[in-house]
Design a protein around this ligand. Structure first.
Ligand SMILES: N[C@@H](CCC(=O)N[C@@H](CS)C(=O)NCC(=O)O)C(=O)O
Length: 363
């Protein structure tokens, strides 16, 4: 059987599990130990990250975006990409925003608030530290310090940016609540890649961590219900209906993606082209400094551009005006033709040279 190595509190493991459960692809969940994370997984996949999966034939895979694409080719029933290529493009855009932009607020809410940080350090070190011989308090202290350093302090969260970081989450709740009150999933009565992608931040972090969890329950109970609706969804139980075109109520979310995630991808890509390891960016009038430049995220921009260019005139007829009106088209194509030079791109999610999101992680 397929083995999925990860943690029950992990962003991308939660996204992957939501997908596999929806598609009813059987898997065995294997809680990843610290040794596996630091040695086995990088050796098999090239990247120290979770989830990683091992197929029955012994092949290993990592990186949920190409993993889902591959599983879709193996399990084509009840596809998570809509048949309408324009909607499929929007799903990929929402997935990328969920994967990359919402990572910072998710990590900030988890590691900047003591109640969350203590609970999660306990959960992570209890699960991962099983094969590390050290006193429990030391493992918890180290976990908390490592995560806060790498994913909060070294990812541009400062007293000056904090309100904006939190605003990304609060805006998301305000934008999603009317959508999921109006219909079960973002594009209709079954989940698509947009729902699966948003499960990364919204499931294991925002809905489950104490601080953002209270906010969600109190201010956006429809989103809380949607999270567990996706978790409970099974392809075979649902009918096939999706809405037509781009629903009006998704426009605010698309506008937000243009202003935040696509601007961030461009700032990152410009720095990467110039060979700068760190960069700054101004997003919605908030200046971020000292961000790690990520080759992986250049690949994200490259892939989104490629998906856009694969659309034909008929697909673009309805979509291009929407992208233009929501401010997505210009930042999407500002660096048109960008090449991330990601060597493993063609083999992803396989191969032993997967790119992690951040090259420099302090353990
Ligand atoms: N692009 C990857 C990202 C995976 C990822 O960043 N996973 C996180 C945990 S949810 C991780 O392992 N980060 C590395 C670390 O914590 O050092 C994917 O989609 O699977």
């Amino acid at each position: 059987m397929l083995k999925v190595y990860g943690l029950k509190v992990s962003y991308f493991t939660g996204k992957m599990e939501a997908y596999l459960r929806y598609k009813e692809i059987p898997y065995e969940f294997c809680p990843m130990t610290a040794r596996e994370f630091m040695y086995t997984i990088p050796e098999k996949t090239g990247a120290m990250q979770m989830p990683a999966a091992e197929l029955p034939d012994g092949r290993w895979m990592t990186d949920t975006t190409p993993m889902i694409d591959w599983f879709e080719t193996q399990h084509p029933g009840a596809p998570v990409l809509p048949a309408d290529p324009a909607q499929a493009f929007l799903c990929r855009l929402i997935e990328d925003y969920a994967d990359e932009w919402l990572w910072r607020p998710a990590m900030h809410y988890r590691w900047s608030y003591p109640l969350s940080a203590k609970l999660l350090a306990r959960q992570i070190s209890d699960a991962m530290g099983r094969d590390i011989k050290a006193p429990g308090f030391l493992k918890r202290w180290r976990t908390e310090k490592r995560q806060k350093l790498n994913f909060v302090d070294r990812d541009g969260v400062t007293p000056e940016t904090r309100a904006h970081v939190e605003g990304s989450y609060l805006n998301l709740l305000a934008m999603l609540e009317p959508v999921v009150q109006a219909r079960p999933f973002l594009f209709g009565s079954r989940p698509t890649l947009a729902d699966i992608g948003l499960m990364g931040p919204l499931f294991r972090h925002f809905s489950m961590d104490p601080t953002p969890g209270i906010i969600m329950r109190e201010t956006a109970p429809g989103v809380m219900a949607w999270v567990y609706r996706v978790w409970n969804a099974r392809a075979l139980r649902l009918d096939d209906t999706l809405v037509n075109g781009t629903p009006e109520d998704l426009l605010p979310l698309l506008r937000e993606i243009g202003e935040t995630h696509l601007e961030a991808l461009n700032a990152n890509a410009i720095a990467w082209q110039a060979g700068r390891k760190h960069h700054g960016m101004t997003i919605q009038n908030t200046a971020y400094q000292n961000l790690q430049t990520s080759q992986y995220r250049v690949w994200c921009l490259q892939r989104l551009q490629a998906h856009y260019h694969a659309l034909n005139d008929e697909n673009l007829h309805g979509l291009a005006p929407v992208l233009e009106a929501t401010g997505i088209l210009e930042p999407l194509l500002r660096l048109d033709g960008i090449d991330s030079q990601y060597a493993n791109a063609e083999h992803a999610p396989f191969g032993r040279q997967a790119l992690p999101v951040f090259a420099d992680i302090r353990n």
